[in-house]
Design a protein around this ligand. Structure first.
Ligand code: ME8
Length: 642
């Protein structure tokens, strides 16, 4: 019997086009949903739009449209965006649908029947962008404590929900269900918040019309958060399809941004308690994508369009970046450079290169067919990887789960260097078959494990391994040994061509984190230039390296990094480069100006501790010392080394 698994995203306001912050939540929920499907669970994944409220009414008015005409347009754009990103939701709920209006009205009837709804006078402050009520004491410098924006004085008749009644039961629930609010920092915040006492909540408005009228008093419109939160039970079939509702409610995970945890972990469960309905199992508040120091947001206008990124880099690269870059739960800054670096290093270099090297070697050494192995060196790690991915996703550690898969990819690449299959081939060593099978099978297992996260690459890997499509794979397919001996590989194009940036000619990357003497990782990413199976490169390949003499003109320590110096290097012809280099344990900044160095000048830029580094200086390293490579006699800055 498959387990059922219900996961939701927030329903987004269709007041503007969505940005990569919204894509972040939705792609993460999609990956989790797909993973549960891979496990064989019966998944219900719902997203949608939160269409009522003053904000939408005002916006529509400004552009001379009716609210529904206004939202219809944006909603169809949102649906299209989810298609572009390959989102696999099972339902898309709009709060303007009649199935939802009926549920919201019935909810108000039931709250009243329970004695939890009463009419009174509301006096306080309202923040329209956040759709939040505040009492005087909660304002910060007279502004909204959430967004810092202005609030409007409200003094009107309103229905109230007896939220105060539920403070104790809520605290009890949170305490007896340690996983209910995650991560734990948000749980602690909520406990604090509830302990300060909960005031009854104003749940109706008379100052605008765009919303659901209360059945008991149609002059009043349902407060937009009550309307919005209720979407989760509407989508599961509450009151309308009892069988479905029993199956899919309570939700296993409400995935939301951290700014709306309070609504999901306090107001929503209190409403559910009043309705005598079971509470969701987990409310997970993830961190924000920032642009610079600030939250990316529609109201600030500092947003990045996900479609544009997909057009430029492809949906897998965008999904991968969103899922991998930021530890799930924390805030993280978005930069396009980081997206490019992730794609080039992890996807092009590590994964793409593993596939092209493996299929090339199978073609050359075993006539294109998967050889029969007699033992395995990678099986242990592959099995362990499956366990790690399961365990991490169970805890919603999305980026850690993806990282675990790439550990296997990295290990397989290293295995090629260690085993040098071209030598095994030359010497007729019988282990060649084991090594090639290990590599191909690791790739196949990787494709299965990646299939919830990336959508095109797993199929491409399957195809190139001669296995058709990865669609329909299940977790059982991640078990070692599924690759039939004798399968004919079908070597193809690189699955992730390296992204060339405009600054490619003159820019370079310093891999300072790995130490200055590490090889230029990006070279491996260009399959045309990769070392062949003998490990040798051609003179043309060597000449692709742009090695130049530069003169250090300034050096300083990088804050918070013991090993790093920030160097300014003169490369002649007014080319002054910033380089971050891992030499701080061997050179003091003050002794460096005037020193000549050799720079790899055409590596991709890399952001290291927030500084974009445009090159890597060469150095020799032993366990005792590190020596920068310098010309014996001074050369003009910019001189090419051949
Ligand atoms: O709040 N970083 O809708 P909304 C990460 N309608 N995630 C971000 C983000 C960022 N910079 N910006 C937005 C609403 N998000 C309500 C929800 S639910 C019953 C009602 C994501 O359109 C994140 O999930 O303002 C955040 O919670 C959500 O979009 C807010 O979307």
């Amino acid at each position: 019997m498959p387990e059922r698994f219900t996961i939701t995203t927030p329903i987004y306001y269709p007041n503007d086009r969505l940005h990569i912050g919204h894509a972040y939540t939705t792609v993460a929920a999609d990956a989790i949903a797909r993973f549960h499907r891979l496990r064989g669970d019966d998944v219900f994944f719902v997203t949608g739009t939160d269409e009522h409220g003053q904000k939408i009414e005002d916006r529509a008015g400004k552009v001379g449209k009716t609210p529904i005409a206004y939202v219809d347009e944006i909603v169809s754009d949102i649906r299209d965006l989810w298609q572009v990103l390959g989102i696999s939701h099972d339902d898309f709920i709009r709060t303007t649908e009649s199935r939802h209006e009926q549920v919201v009205q019935e909810v108000f009837r039931r709250l009243e029947a329970k004695g939890d709804l009463y009419l009174s006078q509301y006096e306080g402050w309202y923040c329209t962008p956040c759709e939040s009520f505040w009492v005087e004491g909660k304002l910060v410098d007279g502004n909204c404590p959430t967004c810092g924006g202005p609030v409007a004085r409200l003094n009107e008749e309103s229905y109230f929900f007896r939220l105060s009644r539920y403070a104790e039961p809520l605290l009890q629930h949170i305490e007896s269900h340690p996983d209910f609010i995650q991560p734990v920092s948000r749980r602690n915040e909520m406990i604090q918040f509830i302990r300060q006492g909960l005031e009854d909540l104003s749940v109706s408005r008379t100052s605008f019309r765009w919303g659901i009228p209360l059945p008991q008093d149609p002059r009043h419109i349902a407060y937009v958060w009550v309307d919005a939160l209720t979407n989760y039970i509407t989508a599961c079939g509450y009151l309308q399809d009892p069988e479905r509702f029993n199956r899919y409610w309570p939700a296993d995970v409400h995935l939301v941004g951290k700014e709306i945890v309070r609504f999901h972990a306090v107001i929503w469960p209190a409403l559910l308690l009043s309705l005598d309905l079971p509470l969701p199992k987990v409310v997970y508040g993830h961190g924000w994508l920032l642009l610079g120091e600030q939250k990316m947001s529609k109201s600030r206008g500092n947003v990045i369009d996900p479609r544009q990124l997909v057009r430029r880099y492809g949906r897998d690269a965008v999904r991968y970046y969103l899922l991998r870059e930021v530890p799930f739960g924390s805030d993280g800054s978005y930069t396009e450079d980081a997206l490019i670096l992730r794609t080039n290093v992890d996807l092009a270099n590590d994964l793409g290169n593993l596939l092209s090297r493996t299929t090339a070697m199978i073609e050359r050494f075993t006539r294109g067919t998967i050889p029969a192995p007699s033992g395995s060196s990678l099986r242990g790690l592959a099995d362990e990887t499956v366990r790690r991915v399961l365990e991490r996703l169970e805890k919603l550690q999305v980026s850690d789960a993806v990282a675990a898969i790439f550990e296997l990819v990295k290990r397989a690449n290293k295995f090629i260097e260690e085993e040098a299959p071209w030598q095994l081939h030359r010497s007729g060593d019988g282990r060649l078959g084991d090594v090639l099978y290990d590599l191909a099978e690791s790739l196949r297992v990787t494709a299965v494990l990646l299939s919830p996260f990336l959508l095109d690459a797993p199929n491409a890997i399957y195809r190139q391994l001669g296995l058709g499509s990865a669609e329909g794979a299940t977790l059982a397919d991640a078990a070692w040994g599924g690759l039939p001996v004798g399968t004919k590989v079908e070597r193809g194009e690189p699955i992730f061509p390296r992204i060339e940036t405009e600054r490619e000619d003159s820019a370079a990357v310093a891999e300072a984190d790995k130490g200055p003497a590490s090889p230029p990782a990006t070279e491996k990413a260009a399959p045309a230039a990769a070392a062949d199976e003998t490990g040798m490169i051609t003179i043309d390949e060597f000449q692709r390296l742009d090695l130049r003499v530069g003169t250090i003109v300034a050096a300083s320590r990088v804050k918070g990094a013991d090993r790093l110096l920030e160097l300014t290097v003169d490369l002649g012809e007014s080319d002054l480069r910033t380089i971050v280099s891992g030499i701080a344990e061997h050179y003091r900044p003050e002794e460096l100006p005037g020193t000549q160095i050799v720079l790899v000048a055409n590596l991709q830029p890399a952001k290291i501790r927030g500084i974009v580094s445009h090159g890597m200086i060469l150095a020799g390293k032993t366990s005792e010392t590190l020596q920068i490579v310098s010309p014996r006699e001074a050369l003009p800055a910019g001189t090419r080394i051949k």
